[in-house]
Design a protein around this ligand. Structure first.
Ligand code: TYD
Ligand code: MG
Length: 451
């Protein structure tokens, strides 16, 4: 039995420490996620820090150094990072297994290594596998140093001796420190390794790209817990069935959040997509009932996305509500608004809503598109071909303006759309030429558009 007071129960999802074991983490609500962990000694006793070493100074006396960026060689990846890797910054790249994390990491290691030295460490694959991937993605540079190891101490040793500009860790879950007793992949190992890598990055101005696995519900030891330790958190999104891959910035100390980079997985690795809207709209069912095109705003760029709804009679006691790529709660709310303020009651109808391309949309500007898709499927009436929409819907059925209306219209125009259904309050002096703007004030007007 270990000494009393040195054991804590740590949630493998959110990392919260509990003094006692419970079946459910009271912080994040996940069941059976607590595991017994030995707590390390306090920071002071490990590092011997004197608290009076660090004295407060005037904010104004600090000289701000220019952030040194290194381009990743991919315009899309640079955009998500806010212009490239930053010296001394740690980036976490999370995503489901098989989505393309190692491919992206190796590709940018490849292009960075043309000018700078790069260390690629893998605890996941053999050197043979890595070389095979490098061959597939046509990486020729011989400047990447690779090492297959899971030992943190060995990674740090080679990082110190070779002095690279970028260190890739594939993946943080396979890494372990010999100074920790717990098993690789456990919460305390992941956290301890990440902590030491962050300290290494800051003290040597080395950029670190850390790969982390995450399951569909995000309940794997790692990424969630590391979000606050690292400088930048990027997540891969995308369908297993589609070749489209999105990398989204969830946190970025050196750039904008929610910025996305769009890629396709090809036979020779990931390729950036300059004009993602045209790719997302490649299907030709946009004038079928239930199909609607909306202009979403992801980070700094507008994106045209196809949204589909299917409304059908239910065979169950309670109707089914299923959404992919959208918040289910928001859809229930919109169905309630349609029932109350447009008189369209879908209480005995199943409602399925899907965003094409495996993209996740969280903006409220998707409301109008969801409502139109649902109404269009319910009444079996398509919207006219060449129509886009956007707008937020309030609880009293009013349609509210959204940000960057003009930019959204411009993007729709650029892609050849002829009509845009938008909130009345977004209607500026004039929209782009040859794009007919249909302003709407409430959900009742949406209903009229379909009759
Ligand atoms: P990978 O980068 O290994 O995924 P992760 O590191 O996130 O687990 O790649 C995943 C998939 O991509 C794999 O199923 C094979 C495919 N792929 C291609 O289609 N083309 C390529 O050039 C490469 C390297 C991989
Ligand atoms: Mg991998």
């Amino acid at each position: 039995m270990p000494a009393k007071g040195k054991i804590a129960y740590i949630c493998s999802s959110c990392g919260t420490k509990h003094p006692k074991w419970t079946g459910q983490c009271n912080e994040c609500g996940i069941w059976n996620s607590l595991s017994e962990t030995k707590i390390a000694q306090s920071a002071k006793s490990i590092h011997g820090i004197d608290p009076t070493d660090n004295v407060p100074i005037d904010l104004s006396s600090i000289q701000v150094a220019r952030v040194a960026r290194m381009s990743t060689g991919s315009a899309e990846f640079d955009r998500v990072l806010g212009g490239g890797f930053v010296e001394g910054a740690v980036t976490l790249l999370g995503g489901e297994p098989g989505i393309g994390k190692s491919t992206l990491a190796l590709q940018c290691a490849g292009s960075l290594s043309i000018a700078d030295s790069v260390l690629y460490t893998t605890g996941e694959e053999s050197l043979q596998q890595l070389a095979l991937r490098a061959g597939r993605t046509k990486i020729e540079s011989s400047n990447i140093k690779i090492i297959a190891t899971s030992e943190l101490e060995s990674v740090l040793h080679f990082a110190k001796s070779t002095g690279p500009k970028l260190v890739v860790i594939d993946s943080i879950q396979t890494l372990f420190s010999t100074e920790q007793e717990s098993a690789p992949g456990s919460i305390s190992q992941v956290r301890a390794c990440a902590d030491r890598l962050v300290r290494f990055a800051k003290s040597t101005s080395t950029a670190i790209l850390m790969i982390g696995h995450i399951t569909k519900d995000g309940v794997l030891a790692g990424p969630k817990l590391l979000e606050h330790i690292v400088d930048t958190v990027l997540y891969f999104e995308g369908d297993a069935d589609s070749r489209l891959r999105l990398v989204r910035a969830f946190k970025n100390r050196f750039g904008a959040v929610n910025e996305i980079g769009v890629f396709v997985m090809t036979d020779s690795g990931l390729r950036g997509v300059e004009n993602p809207s045209s790719m997302l709209l490649s299907s030709d069912n946009t004038d079928k009932p239930g199909s609607v095109v909306l202009v979403a705003q992801e980070g700094s760029r507008p994106l045209l996305v196809e949204l589909q709804a299917l409304v059908d009679d239910t065979v169950l006691a309670a109707p089914r509500r299923l959404s992919i790529g959208l918040d289910g709660g928001r859809i229930n709310m919109l169905l309630a608004v349609l029932s109350r303020h447009a008189g369209v009651n879908l209480g005995n109808r199943d409602v399925y809503v899907n965003v094409a391309g495996g993209i996740k949309l969280s903006e409220t500007a998707t409301d109008v598109a969801i409502a139109l898709a649902v109404l269009s499927s319910h009444f079996d009436k398509p919207l006219p071909a060449g129509t886009v929409c956007f707008g937020e819907i309030g609880l009293s059925g009013e349609i509210r303006p959204v940000q960057r209306g003009q930019e959204r219209l411009k993007e729709a125009k650029k892609l050849g759309f002829r009509q845009a259904i938008i909130p009345q309050a977004n209607q500026a002096a004039h929209g782009p030429e040859k794009l007919e703007v249909v302003p709407v004030k409430n959900v009742g007007e949406l209903l009229e558009l379909l009759h």
